[in-house]
Structure formats: C-alpha cells, structure tokens
Design a protein around this ligand. Structure first.
Ligand code: AMP
Ligand code: MG
Length: 353
C-alpha cells in the first residue's frame, strides 16, 4: 500500500518536574496524540515514541490491524509482537490464569518500564499478534507519549520497532520516516528515545524466570528482585528452538557490513588489512583519544564508562555509519555487563548475516 505519511509533533506539554502520571494525563489533549489514538481505533497503524525505541502500533485485538504492521515493516510472519498496555491492571484482560509470583515482583519493580513479560495469552489476543504462539509478550512503557496514546485509544497496542525489518531500530522520528515513509499514515514525533535499546524479554511461565532477550532492564536488576541468578537463554539455542522467534532473524543490521573489533586490536599498524575496504570506525571516546587512526574516518559513540549513553546513541550511530561510501563498519567491542550485555547482543546480531 502507498500512502502519505504525516508527522505530528508533540507540543511541549511534558514538564520535566512533573510525574509521569501527570505528564501522560496532560498529553491526552495533545493534537498528535489524539490523531494517533483515533487512527488506532480505526484499525490503522501509528508510529510513536517509547522509552526504548519508536514502536509501530496497532490494535492488538484485530488481525486486520496487526497485519498492516507486518506488511509495512516487511516483518516475517512467525515473529510475534509485543503488546503494550496503559495500566498495570490491563494485563489481567489479556492473559489466561493468574500472574505468577515472579511476575508480580517484576511488575512492582520495573513497570512502567523496558521489561516485557511472556505469559499464557487468552482469546482476546489473536494468533496474528502472537504469530500462532499460545503466549503473549506484554509491557507497560514509561514514556508519557506512549502512555497517553495507549490510554486514550482504550486498546491493548501491539507494537514492534518502527523500522524496516532487519535494519537498525529507530530511536528518532526521522529514522521511522526514512524507513517507512509511504507505508504508514502517521508518526508521532516525541523526540529521541531515552533508553535507545529495546525492552528485556522475560519468560515467567516456568518456575524460574528466563531472559529471552537482553534489553533496557539488566539481568543483574532482575536477579536482585527475584533473589536468584536469572538464566540468559543463549541465542545460539534460540536459533534452533525459537523460544523467542524474533531472535533468529537478521536484525539491527546496517546495509554496510559490520564487524566487532577488540579494543586491543585497534592500532593503525594492525588495521592495514582493512585499508582497501573503505572502513569507518565507531570507537568509544577513550579509545578514539588513545589510538590515532590517521588514515580512517572515526565516529565517536560516547564514553566506555557510561554504557547508558552509548546505548542511547547506538542505533543513531549505526544509521549514521550506514553510507554508500563506506565498505565496512568496524565497531569497538564493549564490556558485557549491565546494559553492555544488550548492546553487545545487538552488535553481534548486526554483525552476523
Ligand atoms: P521487537 O518488537 O521487534 O523488538 O521484537 C519483539 C521480540 O519479542 C522478538 O524477539 C520476539 O520474538 C519476542 N517476543 C514477543 N512475543 C513473544 C512471545 N510470546 N514469546 C517469546 N518471545 C516473544
Ligand atoms: Mg525490532
């Protein structure tokens, strides 16, 4: 389908000093939010900001509406969508059975926020939304625009990242526009996404919680709340047994090939082998100051010791490096703790093809 893509900018209704609740309630009067909610009610798709990345939302109860998400993104049909809710209590309307103890604890600690819980679904959620699975991933976002939109629509909103399937996720309205213009009717522009990486997906159907995808809430945080070390489902295994089907696809990849390089290997003399490939380097500020890559273009991604800042900028930088004049993106390896686990997970996916 070809259509005109309109961008509605959110007026300055978000007061930094106010609570999330107050800001979300005030935003229900915003013109862009109202337009978005109306389109959702008409079974249309709408891109909107969340604290993680921009989402492409549709009525999660409607197979017809969610099919437009798959179509616009070119998303594989067997990759389930995360359902976004506006109030904690809305969870009960979408799942079958009771919320397990681990779920109640994680909700109390991390909702609203970048944590998705996988639970048995009920009949309100159609197979189209969960790609035929009998479970559903649900989260309550902490972005005031996302909350206002979901609440005003009165719907559970299915929303994957609002990018072309396989490419780096969108963390700014401009990223959504460049990927999906002509394919979706409306983008709510609420500025850059503060976390910059997708939610952590946790399966809490068994006795022990399992992390299916690392993300904005760290495994250390989750383990602390649950009182035991939470297992990280290894992505190699996911590729064979799709516990989280999305993990098996090409993901987060710029068109230019990407390779991860260890910090210690970033000396001019070691890099001669890449010379003919027109590489661009993405380095931490510390490394960029330390090594002098005189012959190559360098993009700085922020300080190694501030991984949250690197997460915030990561997808924007991958898009910036994705230019036809470059033959290869060489990005510095980062430590795999805290949010670094999610960063390296995305980079490893981006590097594999
Ligand atoms: P995206 O929204 O594009 O960031 O991707 C959503 C991620 O959540 C994918 O990796 C999905 O496979 C995963 N996911 C969503 N729903 C479920 C579910 N019911 N069970 C397991 N994984 C899920
Ligand atoms: Mg995605």
């Amino acid at each position: 389908m070809v259509c005109k893509t309109e961008i509605g900018r959110v007026d300055d209704r978000v007061e930094p000093g106010e609570s999330l609740e107050t800001n979300a309630e005030n935003l229900k009067d915003d013109r862009a939010v109202r337009n978005g909610a109306r389109l959702l009610q008409q079974e249309e798709v709408v891109a909107f900001p969340t604290e993680t990345v921009y989402g492409l939302g549709a009525d999660a109860r409607s197979p017809e509406a969610v099919s437009k998400i798959f179509q616009a993104k070119g998303r594989p049909q067997d990759n389930p969508l995360i359902v976004h809710i506006g109030y904690r209590e809305q969870l009960n309307e979408l799942i079958s059975g009771e919320i397990p103890e681990a779920g109640s604890r994680l909700i109390a600690a991390f909702w609203p926020g970048p944590l998705t819980l996988v639970l048995p679904k009920n009949d309100i959620i159609p197979d189209a939304t969960t790609a035929g699975l009998d479970s559903v991933g649900i989260r309550m976002p902490s972005h005031p625009v996302a909350l206002a939109l979901i609440r005003l629509s009165g719907l559970p909103v299915a929303a994957p990242s609002a990018n072309s399937s396989g490419y780096p996720s969108p963390t700014r309205a401009g990223h959504v526009y460049s990927d999906l213009k002509g394919k979706i009717p409306y983008i709510i522009d609420g500025g850059p996404c503060p976390v910059g990486l997708e939610s952590t997906v946790v399966d809490i159907r068994q006795k022990k919680a399992v992390i299916l995808r690392p993300g904005g809430i760290t495994s250390e945080d989750i383990s602390r709340v649950l009182g035991y070390d939470v297992v990280q489902y290894r992505s190699e295994t996911i590729d064979e047994t799709p516990a989280s089907p999305g993990m098996k696809y090409r993901h987060y990849s710029p068109a230019v090939p990407l390779k991860i390089v260890k910090t210690g290997d970033l000396r001019d003399k070691d890099l001669d082998e890449y010379k003919d490939l027109n590489p661009v380097f993405i380095l931490s500020d510390e490394t960029a100051a330390d090594v002098e890559l005189t012959d190559f273009p360098v993009i700085k991604m922020g300080k190694r010791k501030d991984l949250n800042q690197i997460a915030f900028r990561l997808f924007d930088i991958l898009r910036e490096a994705d230019r036809p004049e470059y033959g290869l993106i060489l990005i510095e390896e980062l430590p795999e703790y805290g949010i670094g686990r999610a960063i390296m997970n995305r980079l490893q996916k981006a590097a594999s093809r």
